[in-house]
Design a protein around this ligand. Structure first.
Ligand code: ADP
Ligand code: ASP
Ligand code: MG
Length: 604
């Protein structure tokens, strides 16, 4: 029996902690084989980055990998010495010595393959093998040292567990496991005994840095049992569970297809509320009205505002269209008139043409902006016009005309070399022993900027153009929203597209698009920095109407204005002003009853 254990920076932050961890490893090693993966001690990696930045504002990525990989090397040697001191035979190995072969992409390399022979030889000899996390070696002629990206030791550990076909992978950290939210912001966050890989992927890619999303992806793809637990206690921690996957080769371990499947749904109808006043409480009123009728809402999109009005568009099952539209009509009078009549009055519009939702799903999209761009390009090439777009980290959904659905699905399957998914297996089929709550956890992402491109002509290829330009600069786009409202500009129908990016990318994205807007005759490009995104995640929300309403009500009750909304089946995200971010997170966490009585203390 083999177990892979990973210890993070805080857990090995001092000689005392290294000694304590060695004791813990020794206990496990008494009756089984153990491979240990460690991070750099404490904040060593941050310190090394700072040193380099004192010399250069733009150091070469190759030299940064050379520098940062030293941090882990210190820990593996000290950990082996500590184990040997306890009489436990142990040997330390760097990523290169193990044969953790990666792409040649410095600072964000993906693992291609792990050669297990050397580790197996040492395990045969009864030694604990201590491996440096976060690093690998490129396959190129010069065998360069690479790193996997910040937080990447988790990925090293799960990849090793998969390659060695370990019994399970244990991630030891400074909190008791995966909590309902970041305990540094909400100390009443509660420990979860389990979470599904799909939920964890959405959370991890949102910045819940307790687990590297690529680690979750590998665990899910290989069905590797994964547990997150505290380095300081014997509590059982959190299990990250998944359905049993199809068998997969160990070659190209991380470079699996970026997309798992194409999904579609032709049973949807769209409704939009246009020109609604931009103030707290409108979305709450609308969706609580709909929840009272027990109508399941699928996509919700709230786009940028023009002046001080918003559009909110959403989709429901076809059968519920009339009922949902009636709810929207009923709240119109309460919205009042807009202060600026030129912006138009609030109105409800139901989409007369039949629509279909076509989605691309897959965790491999994280950090690969070219995937969404290629989706839009593929649809454009097939002559399919996109009516609405809503994205989450692991899914891009486009609403198209129903008559284009087949064409859209076929062209996407061909372009990405995947099949149509059996949607019934997406979440509910995980080996869960528990009843899945509608909302499992909430997360806050504060380092975001919002961009909007106004008045782009409404024809195939426009989204492809925008996101293609950004992908070329490797700018990852987070939440993309294309709403319903069309403007007639000199006889040409136009739409707005809005999206969020990481704050440091905001200015570059703005420059690229402002130039493109001039070239292609688009309207204004607007950049707004200093925004935050709050999200709720849970597989249980699929079968549970009213989750969105509850979230919007919690924000309204705290007088927080929602700037943008985008949803996927298992996640609802709202963009708010950055200064409202923490308050929003706390309010939502409380509203879903996630707060416990115990306060989680995070060690420094
Ligand atoms: P390690 O050094 O062990 O890899 P990290 O600092 O990378 O640890 O991740 C652990 C930290 O993640 C915790 O200290 C906590 O502040 C933060 N965190 C954010 N969201 C969550 C969450 N939902 N559950 C647990 N921890 C979280
Ligand atoms: N030491 C690296 C970092 O700080 C990798 C890790 O800890 O996972 O990002
Ligand atoms: Mg970490």
């Amino acid at each position: 029996m083999l177990i892979v254990q990973k210890y993070g920076g805080t857990s090995v932050g001092s000689v005392e902690r290294i000694k304590a961890v060695a004791q813990h490893i020794a206990k496990t090693a008494s009756d089984r084989s153990v491979v240990v993966v460690v991070s750099a001690m404490g904040k060593t990696t941050d310190g090394l980055v700072k040193l380099a930045n004192e010399i250069s504002s733009n150091p070469s990525r190759r030299e940064m990998d050379m520098l940062l990989s030293t941090g882990e090397q210190v820990t593996i040697a000290l950990m082996s010495i500590a184990l040997q001191e306890l009489g436990v035979p142990a040997i330390s190995l760097t990523g290169a010595q193990v044969g953790i072969v990666t792409e040649a992409e410095h600072s964000r390399a993906r693992i291609l393959q792990i050669k297990t022979q050397r580790i197996e030889e040492h395990l045969q000899l009864g030694e604990v093998v201590v491996v440096a996390g976060f690093q690998g070696i490129s396959q190129t002629r010069h065998q360069e040292i690479t790193t996997l990206g910040r937080g990447g030791s988790d990925t090293s550990a799960v990849a090793l567990a998969a390659a060695l076909q370990a019994e399970r992978c244990e991630i030891y950290t400074d909190v008791p496991g995966i909590l309902t939210t970041d305990p540094r912001i909400v100390p009443e966050a509660q420990l979860m005994s389990e979470i599904t890989c799909d939920e964890m992927l959405e959370l991890a890619s949102l910045g819940a840095k307790v687990l590297h999303p690529r680690a979750v992806e590998i665990a899910r793809n290989y069905g590797m049992p994964l547990v997150v637990l505290s380095s300081w206690s014997d509590a059982p921690g959190t299990r990250v569970v998944s359905a049993i996957p199809k068998r997969r080769a160990l070659q190209d371990l991380e470079l699996t297809k970026p997309v798992d499947a194409v999904e579609y749904d032709t049973n949807q109808a769209a409704i939009s509320m246009l020109h609604v006043p931009d103030r707290p409480g409108v979305a709450a009123k609308l969706f609580s009205g709909i929840a009272v009728q027990n109508i399941d809402v699928d996509l919700i999109i709230q786009s940028i505002h023009e002046g001080n009005t918003n559009d909110i568009a959403f989709t429901v099952g076809k059968d519920a269209l009339k009922q949902a539209a009636a709810v929207a009509d009923a709240i119109l009078p309460a919205l009042g008139k807009n202060s600026d009549p030129s912006l138009g009055e609030p109105e409800v519009k139901t989409e007369e043409r039949p629509i279909a939702k076509v989605s691309l799903v897959g965790a491999g999209m994280i950090g690969r902006p070219e995937v969404a761009a290629k989706m839009f390009e593929t649809l454009a090439a097939a002559g399919v016009n996109i009516v609405m777009i809503s994205t989450s980290e692991v899914k891009v959904s486009c609403v198209v005309d129903a008559e284009d659905c087949e064409k859209a699905v076929n062209s996407l399957c061909e372009a990405f070399d995947v099949d149509v998914a059996d949607t019934s297996s997406s979440c509910g089929s995980c080996e869960s022993e528990e009843i899945i709550p509608p909302v499992r956890a909430v997360a806050l992402d504060i380092k975001q900027a919002r961009l909007a491109v106004r008045k782009i002509s409404d024809r195939p290829g426009m989204a492809a153009k925008i996101f293609g330009l950004l992908a070329r600069e490797n700018i990852s786009v987070d939440m993309i929203i294309q709403s319903q409202r069309c403007y007639n500009v000199d006889g040409v129908l136009t739409r707005d597209i809005a999206f969020t990016v990481a704050e440091p990318d905001g200015e570059t994205a703005y420059q690229i698009l402002a130039n493109a807007a001039l070239e292609f005759g688009w309207g204004e490009v607007v950049l707004e920095s200093g925004i935050a995104k709050v999200s709720v995640v849970g597989c249980g929300m699929i079968a549970h109407p009213g989750v969105a309403a509850q979230m919007f009500e919690a924000l309204a009750a705290s007088q927080i204005n929602i700037l943008m909304i985008a949803t996927s089946e298992i996640k609802i995200s709202c963009v708010v002003e950055e200064e409202d971010g923490v308050k929003a997170l706390q309010a939502i966490h409380k509203a879903f009853g996630l707060s416990g009585n115990e306060v989680v203390k995070v060690p420094a």
